[in-house]
Design a protein around this ligand. Structure first.
Ligand SMILES: [Zn+2]
Length: 183
């Protein structure tokens, strides 16, 4: 069994949080989410200049067994440093939210902006804007428009809704890695 020491993580004080807030709250707060307005030109005129799989810090403290925090066993995409081992259950509580972020330039008006795609307790979301506090895990140089990326987003878990969110089996990390695999 892995211990906190083996994982190189300082011991963590677990606290119970009664507010069972959806995942996106912690990500928006700790990831410093900034909504942007963007231009009103069609998605097909917006050419991606950057494309990333990003990691956003999520709220502390870790909550055991609650849906407020992601908890998936042995998630392959998460770095060991992001895992916190619960002393009472064989579950690795993950304190990171994953999403897809792109930067684009509009060929019609020249506007440069960001768009973010993700899945959380709020369901699937595609929004103009970005998290300011992130780590970029992977990048893609594939040429595409925001319209192309938006269609990849639509094709990823096409019928998923907020009620499908499950911190163990169907969370932001599963969604972001599935969407990334189509890019
Ligand atoms: Zn434009």
């Amino acid at each position: 069994m892995l211990s906190n020491d083996r994982m190189g993580i300082a011991s963590f004080r677990f606290q119970q949080v009664t507010d069972n807030t959806k995942m996106s709250f912690g990500a928006e707060e700790h990831g410093d989410w900034r909504p942007h307005t963007g231009c009103k030109c069609p998605f097909r005129t917006k050419k991606l200049t950057e494309l990333w799989l990003i990691e956003v810090p999520v709220a502390h403290p870790v909550v055991r067994g609650a849906s407020a925090v992601l908890a998936i066993p042995l998630a392959p995409v998460v770095l060991a440093s992001k895992l916190i081992f619960s002393p009472t259950t064989p579950t690795l509580n993950i304190v990171a939210h994953l999403a897809i972020e792109c930067k684009y330039r509009c060929s019609e008006c020249g506007n440069v902006d960001y768009y973010t795609f993700e899945f959380s307790g709020a369901g699937k979301e595609s929004r103009c804007g970005r998290y300011e506090n992130i780590s970029r895990l992977k990048s893609s140089s594939r040429e595409m428009t925001l319209d192309d990326l938006y269609h990849i987003f639509l094709r990823t878990w096409p019928s998923a809704t907020a009620s499908d969110y499950n911190s163990l089996t169907k969370n932001c990390q599963h969604f972001a890695t599935d969407m990334w695999a189509k890019i």
